[in-house]
Design a protein around this ligand. Sequence first.
Ligand code: ZN
Length: 176
Amino acid sequence: MSERKYRIGRSRTGLGLFAAKPYRKREYVVTYRGRKLANAEADRLEARGSRYMFEINSRWTIDGSSRWNTARYVNHSCRPNVEAIERRGGKIVYIARKKIKPDDEITVDYGKDYFAAFIGKSRCQCPKCRERRAERQMKYRAKVKRALLRKKPLRKRSGVVGAKPKSRPKTKSRRR
Ligand SMILES: [Zn+2]
């Protein structure tokens, strides 16, 4: 048997595809396999809950829902390590965007439409979005803490960029 290239494993969002060997940048990883459908039919199936439609162009979509399409296990990331490339004959292949180490989860950007329809910024489990949410939460907690130190009611987030509190809490230098 040839060298194992990847394995299916547990990821944050269910199952995912993980590298079982190192990949060089630009190296071929996996092909998105499935029957070719006209976009109108793909849209109908998607409306009924199909989640594995890969639109190739303005006419054709690949229905990647069968289990033998290993690429269907590749999850979305806003900072992906593979990208989808169209090859002749409407074939979609995933190519490494950067070096991939064994055991790294293989991820691709699903694109704006899919993201908006099925994932959303507040639910995306990719490292970039988790980091962004954690940072926001930290900033918010720090703001609450500052407000408590000032003993002033916390104003709602104004959304004004660069807005600063008028008086900063004085830090006590002496300890009791
Ligand atoms: Zn994300």
